[in-house]
Design a protein around this ligand. Sequence first.
Ligand SMILES: [Mg+2]
Length: 118
Amino acid sequence: MNDNDTTISTLKEKVHQLCLRKGWGVEGVQNPQHVAMAMTVEMSELLEHFQWLNPADVDALMAGRDPERVALIAEEFADVMMYGLQLARTLGIDVTEQVLRKIDIVDHRPPKSYNPKR
Ligand SMILES: [Mg+2]
């Protein structure tokens, strides 16, 4: 399974099945307030892998010269995404609809004055 052959609905269900197997929440549904808070903790864990990097380190990441660090980032990214998918499932958020809606909003928003290249 990968991004090309898996739907977001399938991922939502796989995360829910994990919660059921682990006995997390009530019938696999955890309090969305707790899930949102846990998501920020995982986001912080993701950011730790970027803490104190110098521009050369970032260049190495982007050029594929630091696969070990990318693997650690990917693991924390997955944690963030799993909580996000769980939150979306619990609150009935359609991820595709909301992302497309947000893209449209940003697309029609006036440009901000600060626009770094990266
Ligand atoms: Mg983590």
